[in-house]
Design a protein around this ligand. Structure first.
Ligand SMILES: [Zn+2]
Length: 75
């Protein structure tokens, strides 16, 4: 799976606040994830993050914009 900043991802385990959705705010050796329930920010190693994430719930909107611009060329 490809991850981008701004993606909303779902994790196997839920945060103590009850939310399983996180926004990716930084990608590097560590992933920085912002809980969508309470706003709490965590840093976890990339490999651990990849295992914890079950799916991308919503792709970042800026990416959608790029994709739709590219699609326009083919219309
Ligand atoms: Zn939370």
């Amino acid at each position: 799976m490809e991850y981008n900043i701004g993606d909303i991802v779902r994790t196997k385990k839920q945060h103590p606040c009850g939310s399983k959705l996180w926004e990716i705010t930084r990608i590097g050796v560590d992933f920085k994830l912002k809980c969508q329930g309470c706003g709490h920010i965590i840093m976890i190693p990339r490999e651990k993050a990849k295992k914890a994430i079950t799916k991308i719930e919503k792709k970042a909107e800026w990416l959608f914009n790029i994709i739709s611009q590219q699609n326009l060329k083919y219309i």
